[in-house]
Design a binder for this molecule. Structure first.
Ligand code: AMP
Ligand code: MG
Ligand code: MG
Length: 218
């Protein structure tokens, strides 16, 4: 290797081989609760390598709602997310998308690696997926039960709990990519937030394995 400059990765060793950055979009109406319950309409996940911070693959599917669909997506929902009726009409319903996601985990070799989901807030995996699975009698695989909320990670690092994704990007001086509330664009932005934390040498932990006072450069 004489004469060759070997670049050194400044990031510290993380607890997981991969971070699966996820951001759902769901059916919604303005200023009211959607009945009978919200349904996921966009399911994007980016596979971020924790050693070199590269996105190696993206899983991205729209999802057809089956409970609210008789009335169609609200104009409010389309304006918020950029998702139009045809995009969900042509999509598979949640059980099929979950099966496709399972196959993606397999083809990406993630069964033999350690991974954890990364989200901005707890809504996606604590509320939405759980609630919808319960209502539709879907048994979720155990990996959906733990995740890292970047808002909590930022609070561990700075002592301040951030409001939302746009505020986080502003505070990190990262430019917003694409359209906020488009699931795939939100994922790209959360990837940048995750990279920022990793470059700071912060070890990303979920609530279960987080411990206060445990140094961030371990
Ligand atoms: P987000 O990841 O912030 O784009 O939001 C996820 C989902 O939360 C959206 O797809 C909507 O279902 C819902 N949501 C977000 N913002 C609003 C809002 N201002 N009013 C109603 N629902 C919202
Ligand atoms: Mg979100
Ligand atoms: Mg979103």
């Amino acid at each position: 290797m004489a004469g060759k400059v070997v670049s050194r990765c400044k990031t510290v060793r993380q607890l997981y081989d991969y971070f699966l950055v996820l951001d759902f979009e769901a059916t919604c109406i303005q200023n009211a609760k959607i009945l009978p319950y919200q349904e996921i309409i966009e399911f994007p996940v980016a596979k971020l390598n924790s050693s070199n911070l590269e996105v190696e693959s993206i899983f991205h599917k729209y999802v057809r709602p089956t409970e609210n669909n008789n009335k169609g997506l609200s104009t409010f929902c389309t304006e918020l997310t950029g998702i139009i009726q045809e995009m969900v009409d042509e999509a598979e319903p949640l059980p099929e998308v979950l099966n496709s996601f399972d196959r993606w985990l397999e083809t990406e070799g993630l069964r033999d690696k350690s991974f954890i989901f990364v989200t901005c807030g707890d809504w996606d995996l604590q509320i939405q997926l759980r609630n919808e699975a319960l209502n539709k009698n879907i048994t979720l695989p155990p990996h959906f039960s733990s995740w890292i909320n970047v808002k909590k990670s930022i609070c561990e690092l700075t002592g301040v709990f951030p409001k939302g994704m746009k505020d986080i990007l502003n505070s990190m001086e990262i430019e917003l990519q694409g359209r906020h509330h488009s699931g795939i664009d939100d994922v790209k932005n959360i990837v940048e937030i995750t990279r920022w934390l990793l470059k700071k040498g912060h070890v990303l932990r979920n609530d279960k394995n987080s411990s206060r006072g445990f140094g961030s450069s371990v």
